[in-house]
Design a protein around this ligand. Sequence first.
Ligand code: CIR
Length: 259
Amino acid sequence: MNIALTRAVPPTIADCVLTHCPRAPIDLDRAIAQHVEYEAMLGALGARVERVEAAPDLPDSVFIEDTAVVVDEVAVLMRPGASSRRPEVDAVAAALGRYRPLQSIVAPGTMDGGDVLRAGRRVFVGLSLRTNHDALRQLQAILVPLGYAVDDIPVEQCLHLKSAATAAADDLLVLNPAWVDPARFGGIEWVAIDPGEPSGANVVRVRDSVVCPTSAPRTRERLEGRGLTVRAVDASELAKAEGALTCASLIFSQSAVTR
Ligand code: CIR
């Protein structure tokens, strides 16, 4: 069983942090409706959706992915790069503590979960405006002894590594070669997005299926051409807050692996 932790769209989302996007009005009702559809899609694909207690005063709290990295053996609590986002972590820690032993990234490390891409036992960490070398070393100290290879990738053109690349399967990435160098992924096979669809680089895996944004239909076709089962959801309102599909959930298998 896969668990998908999510968190409600807060009424303060208009005050979200923005880095690359110009501020545009967000239709709150529409954002909430799209988020509910996203949760329903995760559920339809076989995840059990659990909402973490809402944080109405934390404008970016819907982007729960940034608060933790969950692997089979442990959940690592992030120290988000934007200081306004650090209060998001405690409630997620309480929820994750029911499923995994917890570890934490500590100061002076900063890391957003959106910078951590896992494909099987390989973990790639984007060094971005949000994620620094100190946190990379801390994550390596936690995950390498568990058998993960943890490598870094520079991120300069976009917010997070997963704005530019995500795993469609353990052995297949979908990526935007304009934003990340495919050679950095050490030989893992990859599909390029359609060049006009940068949002297509961020897809969510649920069991054997993939969810992509409706804004990336040609990238969807490319993934289907690789034999993947692909569904689409409209996430246009949260995109105005610089959020992509993976940002709005933390998906992991229910049972922890103890070593
Ligand atoms: C932020 O700038 O932190 C939020 N407005 C968007 C975070 C998106 N999260 C993600 O890509 N993992």
